[in-house]
Design a protein. Structure first.
Length: 349
């Protein structure tokens, strides 16, 4: 990962997607520099809540306080819902990982991002962190993570989007139209409250999906989608389509991902839709559940998504991307035959 930012910046600057010139006087860094390489064994690929706590504490210490830690709520079993923040710029970004406890890989990606932005100290870092503030809800579903299950832990859960005796699907309880006092899911309430406190311009929610093949025979390695709820205002949807274009380009060209469009639904309780309805540029990223030898590749894909989004928000290219290009992202193909992944579900985001 050492030269990733060199590659990333070159890829972003070298594409016509981002070709509009920066405004005169914009102090973009004159030369791309490395974001640095997170230390080996900073965090496992499938971390426990304790792994998350330890790695974040280490980053906060090693960053001399540039990475700030907080707790935005508690799960039903009392586990901390952890927030880590870096940067002090006016443009706020919110990344959420592992709402579904059995979809872990966004979490190690976020921890590496926090190290890479918070610990090294170069001109590029100072520039980036003066432009953006990045808030990360790291492992939003710790009770589900310890059980390797989709749902939170709530044996009393009833009604739509619950699994009786197990818990609620956190990613169906972000509906901004539901009074927060009527929301039975503490993890969702915590993210909604954080949104209202910070009003982020960008929200990206990291998940995992099963395995899918395109008509050309290639396998989808990641799928993305912007808000599709009819309640999402048009400017927010346009901004989210720009965010999708930037993410598609970076994940494809820098990480080598094969990106398709996720076939998600319109329900307003899904984070992708909810934060779009509230006006954020909102995106879902789904990493495919590839074999063990490609786990590192998948973590890197999510890391690139997070870093490219921060770079594009900071340098203004996010505002200049062509939203119409989102329509060129191909639809996701059918499930890979003969492969059983517990994550191969219809509209599982
Ligand atoms: Zn999911």
């Amino acid at each position: 990962m050492k030269s990733l930012t060199v590659v990333l910046t070159a890829a972003l600057l070298g594409t016509t997607l981002f070709a509009a010139p920066a405004r005169a006087g914009t102090p973009a860094p004159s030369a791309p520099v490395s974001a640095g390489e997170a230390p080996a064994r900073l965090i496992p690929a499938r971390p426990s809540p304790d792994d998350v706590r330890r790695s974040l504490a280490r980053i906060a210490r090693d960053s001399d306080g540039r990475v700030r830690l907080g707790v935005i709520g508690r799960s039903n079993e009392g586990r901390a819902l952890r927030l880590a923040s870096v940067g002090h710029g006016p443009t706020r970004l919110l990344y959420v990982t592992q709402q579904h406890g059995d979809e872990p890989l966004g979490t190690p990606a976020a921890v590496r991002l926090l190290w890479s932005l918070g610990v090294p100290r170069t001109a590029w870092h100072r520039w980036l962190l003066s432009r953006v503030t990045i808030d990360v809800v790291v492992q939003a579903n710790p009770d589900g993570a310890v059980r390797n299950q989709r749902y939170n832990h709530d044996p009393e859960a009833t009604g739509d989007y619950s699994e009786p005796g197990v818990g609620y699907d956190i990613n169906r309880f972000h509906n901004p139209l539901t009074p927060i006092a009527d929301n039975p899911v503490p993890e969702s309430r915590a993210v909604l409250r954080l949104w209202r406190a910070t009003r982020p311009q960008v929200v990206i929610d990291y998940h995992m999906q099963g395995r899918y093949r395109q008509p050309d025979g290639r396998e989808t390695t990641a799928s993305i989608l912007w808000p599709t709820s009819p309640l999402a205002p048009a400017p927010a949807v346009t901004a989210a389509r720009r965010l999708a274009v930037v993410n598609d380009a970076a994940m494809t060209r820098v990480a080598g991902a094969n990106v398709t469009r996720y076939p998600g639904g319109d329900y307003e309780g899904i984070a992708r839709n909810a934060y779009g309805i509230l006006g954020s540029s909102s995106l879902l990223v789904e990493l495919s559940d590839l074999p063990a030898e490609q786990v590192e590749f998948q973590i890197r894909t999510a890391f690139v998504s997070m870093l490219a989004t921060a770079q594009a928000a900071a340098d203004g290219s996010l505002r200049r991307a062509d939203p119409a290009r989102a329509d060129t992202i191909p639809a996701r193909g059918p499930a890979l035959p003969g492969v059983l992944s517990p994550l191969t579900r219809v509209d599982a985001a």
